[in-house]
Every structure is written in C-alpha cells, then in structure tokens.
Design a protein around this ligand. Structure first.
Ligand SMILES: Cc1cc2nc3c(=O)[nH]c(=O)nc-3n(C[C@H](O)[C@H](O)[C@H](O)COP(=O)(O)OP(=O)(O)OC[C@H]3O[C@@H](n4cnc5c(N)ncnc54)[C@H](O)[C@@H]3O)c2cc1C
Length: 381
C-alpha cells in the first residue's frame, strides 16, 4: 500500500532552472557565513539574510500575488528549500511562517487576515512560531490546557506553551487553545494568532544541550486576543492543526538538517582512513537519494492539493533515523572527542550535530507517535 503512495516524481525543468540562480545568490549572500555555523541548519537566525531572500521573492513564493507571494509551484519552493539547507543558510527568522503559518492562513484565514499578515511575511518582516506543546501536552496534544475565555471583543488567554522554537524573536504565535470551557480532548480547541509583544505574554528562552537558546517557555497571563485573530472556525482547531502537520513533516529538512556534516566530511576526506570514508559517505548518500525521492513524491501530492499525512510521517521517521545515524557513522572515522571549541570545522560540526541529534526524534512529533500514525494509516492498529 505504501509503495503506491510514493509515486516517482521528478522536478519539472522550470523548477530546476531556478537552482543556479539560487546557488549564485547564496554564494554571495553567505560568503562570510562561517562553515561551522552552517551546522545549525534551519536553526540559524539572521534577519538581514531573511530580508535579502524576501527581496528576491523567495518567501511565500507559492502564495497568491495579491498577498505578496510569487505564485510559483510547490516544486520551485522545493528546489529553494533544498538549496538553502544544502548551504546551511540561516533561515529561522521566516522558516515557520513560510512553511506552515502562511499556508494555514491561506487555507483557513479570513480575507482581512490574509491581507494583514501575509505581505509582511513575504517582505521578511514578520516572524511566526508554533504554539502547540505545553508542559503536560506534547505527544498528547489533545491534552491542551491553555484556555481562551470569551470576553467582550475577543478572548483572554491563560496558560503555558513550551519548547516554542524562536518565540523570543517572533512577532506572532499561532496557538492551539481550549476556547470551550469544560470541553475535552479534540473538542473545543481553536487556533489564535497571539501578538507576542502584547501585555500578559512572557517569553523565557530555554538553553538546550548544545548551549543554544533556540526554544522557549511562553506564559500567558490574562493576555487579550481580539476576535479577528481567531483562525478558521471556533472549535475547529484540532482539524486545522492536523492539516498543518503534513507541511511540517515532509519537507527536505527532515533529512537535510545535518547535511553540513556530510559536506564537511567530504572536505576532510583526504585525511581520514580511505575505505572507511568511502563506506560512510556511500551509506549517507544512498539514504539521502531514497529519502529525497520519497519527499519529492509528497511535494507532488501537496502540489495536487492532497493531504499526505501518512506519507509525511514515513519521511519524518526514516529521515530522523538517518539523521541520527549520520553522526554515528562520522564518529567511527575520528580518533578524538570532537568539541564545539575544536579548531577544525569538521570537528565542530560533528560535535554540534552529535549534541542536537537526540532532539531530531522529538521535534515535529516523537518517533513512537509518528510510528503510531503510520500503523493506523496502514490499518495495523
Ligand atoms: C528542538 C525542538 C523544537 C521544538 N519546537 C517546538 C515548537 O516550535 N512548537 C511546539 O509546539 N513544540 C515544539 N517542540 C516540542 C515537541 O513537539 C515535543 O517535544 C514532542 O511533541 C514531545 O512532547 P513532550 O516533550 O511533551 O514528550 P512526551 O510527550 O512526554 O513524550 C516523552 C516520551 O514518551 C513517549 N510517548 C508519549 N506518548 C506515547 C504513546 N502514546 N505511545 C508510545 N510512546 C509515547 C514519547 O515518544 C517520548 O519518547 C520542540 C521540540 C524540540 C526537541
């Protein structure tokens, strides 16, 4: 059944034609960007880079022109994302808005929300984050407790979101909130656009294992959200969030987020033991080629307005496994303990990827949950 779901898909020539233009742009824009920092992948933040990309029309590039978009195909965006990841470009500022907040607003937002929120995203001026997880609600998202209480003109929001990537630099969070008092599980949830600078919102960065503050705790204490910042229908939050996850789980970032390690490995291959390097590089490339085909096939489905949730879960799971294998393969070639302070880029990239790799099977949904989705989709549970 799954084999049929992954139909071969080739990038159309118009999309491929963009690749050289993007590479030329990146060569110039990233000329001074340190090689070791490229290991941050989409966690690298640079507001200037985001604005440069926007000036080329490469944020919201598939969205309608009336909202600032470029009306290009999902395949053109696929090529762009591949090149950004391969270069290790610092894309975090606009990443979430471009990948899923904008498409969510296009699907469910009102006309006035689209006119208000999408053009600033396309100009690289407005950043969004995802407010799903909470202290007791990660895998079990239906246990969401943050509540929105109806008041005159909107909602008062109280509760805590956790692990919110980039919230400390974002303008808005799209939060999953319980707007129906006494409702349970998937019922009574809604999505609100919350202004992170509003009174009653506190954003506290959390240090990760690598010593970086990428994600946050966000506390809402009686924070006011106006009526016109509800996305879609009140109570439809669960369905909307589920449709958003296919965008989050299927892109090339699910297998290219640590590709800087492969690039650095190739650069130093000459000083590592020959046949072992060949075997390690061979395994990595073989994985990437297969994962790319699977991911491309999903891009084809998204282009056809399908919602390939199970296929996206497969790419996420296999991509995660591969990305956690990469540092293991690389370690086997080195007779030293790599550190973030090492002199060589290869050693620093390896140290960084090793430290963040455990999080790959947590972010975007844990391995067990993803495998449950696949099993249910195949009728096995
Ligand atoms: C780098 C990073 C960035 C993140 N960014 C964001 C973000 O921007 N926005 C956001 O909302 N969230 C974000 N998250 C949170 C992420 O989605 C959650 O960590 C994830 O969903 C797991 O939730 P949890 O941490 O509460 O763990 P838990 O749900 O408590 O899971 C703990 C363990 O129990 C297992 N488990 C749980 N339930 C089951 C089950 N039913 N069957 C089998 N095993 C189970 C899990 O697989 C896991 O191994 C981020 C996480 C990371 C690591």
């Amino acid at each position: 059944m799954l084999a049929k779901s992954f139909q071969p898909c080739r990038l159309p020539p118009q999309a491929e034609a963009l690749r050289h233009e993007i590479r030329d742009f990146l060569d110039t824009a990233l000329a001074d960007y340190p090689r070791a920092d490229r290991a941050y992948s989409w966690m690298g933040f640079d507001a200037t880079f985001t604005r440069q990309l926007a000036a080329r029309g490469w944020i919201g590039m598939t969205w309608p022109k009336r909202y600032g978009g470029g009306e290009q195909s999902a395949f053109a965006r696929y090529v762009l994302v591949e090149e950004l990841l391969a270069a290790g470009a610092p894309v975090l500022a606009h990443w979430t808005a471009d990948r899923q907040s904008g498409p969510l607003l296009l699907n469910y937002g009102t006309e006035s929300q689209k006119m208000r929120f999408l053009p600033p995203i396309c100009r690289g001026e407005s950043y969004f984050c995802i407010g799903m997880s909470e202290p007791d609600s990660g895998s079990d998202l239906a246990a969401t407790r943050t509540r929105g209480t109806r008041v005159d003109g909107g909602w008062r929001v109280d509760g805590t979101k956790l692990w919110t990537t980039n919230a400390h630099r974002c303008h808005y969070m799209i939060a999953l909130v319980r707007t129906s008092a006494g409702s349970e599980r998937q019922q009574g949830l809604s999505q609100l656009i919350i202004d992170l600078k509003a009174p009653g919102v506190t954003v506290r960065p959390i240090m990760d294992l690598a010593g970086e503050a990428h994600f946050n705790e966000v506390v809402f204490d009686n924070a006011f959200v106006p009526d016109d910042q509800l996305i879609g229908a009140e109570g439809n939050g669960w369905q909307q969030v589920m449709s958003e996850l296919a965008y989050e789980r299927s892109g090339p970032e699910r297998y290219l987020s640590s590709v800087a390690l492969l690039s650095e490995l190739l650069r130093v291959a000459g000083r590592l033991p020959g046949s072992q390097v060949e075997a390690a590089v061979g395994r990595m490339v073989a994985h990437i080629v297969v994962l790319r085909q699977m991911s491309l096939s999903i891009a084809g489905k998204l282009e056809n307005q399908e919602n390939p949730v199970i296929e996206a879960a497969c790419v996420k799971d296999l991509g995660t496994e591969f990305e956690q294998l990469m540092p293991e393969l690389a370690h086997a070639l080195l007779d030293l303990q790599p550190t973030l302070q090492a002199a060589g880029d290869y050693e620093r990239v390896l140290a960084y990827v090793t430290q963040v790799a455990p999080s790959f099977s947590l972010r975007g949904g844990t391995r067990e949950i993803i495998r449950g989705i696949i099993a249910r989709g195949l009728g096995l549970r």
